[in-house]
Ligand binder design. Sequence first.
Ligand SMILES: NC(=O)c1ccc[n+]([C@@H]2O[C@H](COP(=O)([O-])OP(=O)(O)OC[C@H]3O[C@@H](n4cnc5c(N)ncnc54)[C@H](OP(=O)(O)O)[C@@H]3O)[C@@H](O)[C@H]2O)c1
Length: 354
Amino acid sequence: MGFNVRSRHGQTELAPEDRKPFKGRVVWFDGGRPKEDARPTSTRVASPPAFLRSPPSPPPPLQTPTNPPSQSSSLPHLLVFGGNGFVGTRVCQAALAAGLGVVSVSRSGRPRWAAAEAAGGAEGGDASRGPPSSPPSPLSRSPSPSSDPDAWIHDVEWVAADAFDVESWKEALEGAVGVVSTLGAFGSNAFMERICGDANVAVFEAAASAGVPRAAFVSVHDYGLPSFVLPGYFGGKKKAERALFRLFPETGVALRPGFVYGTRKVVLPSSSSSSSPPRTLSVPLGALGAPLDAALSLLPTESLSRSAPSLAGLALVPPVRVEALARAAVAAATDPEVEGGAMSAWQIKERYGG
Ligand SMILES: NC(=O)c1ccc[n+]([C@@H]2O[C@H](COP(=O)([O-])OP(=O)(O)OC[C@H]3O[C@@H](n4cnc5c(N)ncnc54)[C@H](OP(=O)(O)O)[C@@H]3O)[C@@H](O)[C@H]2O)c1
């Protein structure tokens, strides 16, 4: 598949890309091929992290080598499912920061807020600060790449495809050093079981068949809640974890955070009569998560939660900062030093920061 890594800080010189037709709908953030085609024939990408750089090959052993990647198209990258979501966007950013190429698969492709902003809908501001006092300057809608905090979006290849439609994205598995799945949803129990469970199972099965060496799954803390509490959500997560550990017995990592906090960008609904593009808003979930985190850090929450009844245990699981969870996910999906199995909220915080 065409692999679109364009780090501005990179060092490694790659041969020209060998673009093959791709069945999925690739959404190019900056409006399509013409801009991309203007790139120089060689593309600079960031140097991969030490553990990826050191062995000059051989590649990791394939688990079930039904579809070995071709040499020309198998540039190393991390494949992120749900890369346009709250956790997924941070996973993409963490992977880019680690020097990896990134391909994201989700139904809507690039983040909706980025699409809204690119269409001219301004950032409505930070919800903790209230509405902006004056209309944003036109300049703020098209900042230069160097000043744009969202410039990383250009370095991700956004594939718009449904996880269940494996044929439409399976080419993205070629050359993937690992897979991270953040797929999840809330809704009816049947729907949650389908997305939290079955969609992830489909991803792990395809990744294992393609010989992707590692997989990380953003699961959830096991609160030990009664089975009637959100059975679709928790049951789906357990189903996905079972598939992960069966298909990646040594290298599958289930990250189990409780509450995840950070700033979530959302697209505000626009009125049907309005012709202006939708506005976006940054919602600081950290306003709740950070103080709670600080308070809980004073308690031996891990041992208390093991002994506490489930509902009391709910309050004891420390919130995890979304950036730490993202770093954990990238390491879990790429670093051979990270052991397969479950990684608790406490382990995520201890190893990857607050
Ligand atoms: N946020 C928390 O506090 C928290 C706590 C514990 C665990 N988690 C888990 O962390 C994961 C990520 O959470 P989040 O808050 O980042 O959720 P989110 O923002 O809703 O992201 C979910 C992602 O899944 C994608 N998706 C859903 N159905 C899909 C399908 N059929 N095919 C392809 N992509 C699909 C969505 O993109 P499209 O809509 O474009 O398809 C989106 O990118 C979830 O599994 C959640 O259970 C979250």
